[in-house]
Design a protein around this ligand. Sequence first.
Ligand code: ADP
Ligand code: MG
Length: 503
Amino acid sequence: MNQASPAPSGVAPAEVDSVVQPDPLRPFAPVVAPAANTLTASNPLGHTPSTLSARVAGPAGALPGHRPQATAPVVDALGGLKQRAAAALFDRMGSRFSDASVSEEELRKTAKEELSAVIDEEQVPLSPEERRRLIREIADEVMGYGPLQRLLEDPSITEIMVNSSEQIYVERKGRLTLTDLHFTSDDHLRQVIERIVSKVGRRIDESSPLVDARLEDGSRVNAIIPPLAVNGPSLTIRKFAQVPITVNDLLGWGSLTPEMAELLDACVKARLNIIVSGGTGTGKTTMLNVVSGFIPEDDRIVTIEDAVELQLQQAHVVRLESRPANIEGKGAIGIRELLKNSLRMRPDRIIVGECRGGEALDMLQAMNTGHDGSLSTVHANSPRDAIARLETLVLMAGMDLPLRAIREQIASAVDLIIQLTRMRDGSRRVTHVTEVQGMEGEIITLQDAFLFDYSAGMDAQGRFLGRPVATGIRPRFLDRFEELGIQVSPGVFATAHHGGARR
Ligand SMILES: Nc1ncnc2c1ncn2[C@@H]1O[C@H](COP(=O)(O)OP(=O)(O)O)[C@@H](O)[C@H]1O
Ligand SMILES: [Mg+2]
């Protein structure tokens, strides 16, 4: 099956893409419209309105930039009215929007009354039907996610980036575009942010101006406000793909080859410990999810994540999620504690969504003590770098272990590294499948089984034509396959005529 691919003679260094680029291979992550995004402004945790939102309650129009342009073209009379009415409603309602003692129903009722008054003041002739529709639309806009609502409901959008109340970008099929939507004001944006974060028991204000949260549909939200965000509140939403990306998707996009998929399947069945390595947004979590799909149904799986993203299809899964500190700064439960706890839950496999701290040590120890077949990801740009990263993370555990001992832990725990790279053409590919073989002196020995072949060059659109190809070197773990009676077809390691360099 490999005959078409030339030898990766010119294996170039990883083509890391640090700039945001259009990504033609990026899927339309299918997102089902959040059925009931009825985020209420009520607040179960007694969150108090911050100083800024309280200011909204001040005299109408006291805030600079709070007034929308009153010069809407005639054709857009309704649109203009909608804008003005939304802004006026905002002024009149002020902090009542985030008053915990007011129920959603009451709030809607008050909002509608206020809105009616605003529309009367405008003296624009409206049919009863137009009036009803207007009130409903404005109420939805102000009470729900505002302009984000329709972006959240649009399944073709994978990411929403609010740079300021006036500037909202979206990503579709890997391409960033500026929308013509905006929030009524910075305060409106602030309200939406507060509504989102208070829902998950967090708070955002001048003393804690950055927050991660999650919408009910699983979408991940990061919010950051002044003084840290210089141009006003800023919000980034990575929408949750309701239908998870499958191994077939990865094959279709050329991120993975059928040979690699077959090998990875066998590696998971053979209980190798696997680390997925890559930079931000290279597809680590997606790959982890896909690779986890190869775990047999009857294994008991415990997943540990900072924000649940994995969507395992097996039935026997326990999902754990870390908890940030509460409003008083107490009660945080980190990955490390969850990992320690998971060992008492009789797991067959432990999946740590991402290793980015001292939990790396606990994970390596778990891998070395019978919980083999475990999986995780690290943030690194090459397999060698992933090893270095693990060393650093283990040091963060603060156990004062000698470097050699750390390396021995890593070498004996980790069996395989899958390296992902976001290419210059925006595509996300596996660039290395690398076996961790052991130690030679002080050095951990790595051996590539697959490498991305850059020698095929690019097409007219600047897209890489190459693919990951087998180096032809037989991984040592094949012996383990034999013992376990796990077969891989001979074609998996078939290659033209070269050997991958031992590194
Ligand atoms: N192989 C791939 N090809 C194209 N898009 C991908 C691929 N893998 C993941 N994606 C998309 O890229 C984005 C980031 O993926 P994710 O797995 O969360 O990355 P990471 O965990 O490395 O930050 C998601 O929107 C995901 O749908
Ligand atoms: Mg991730």
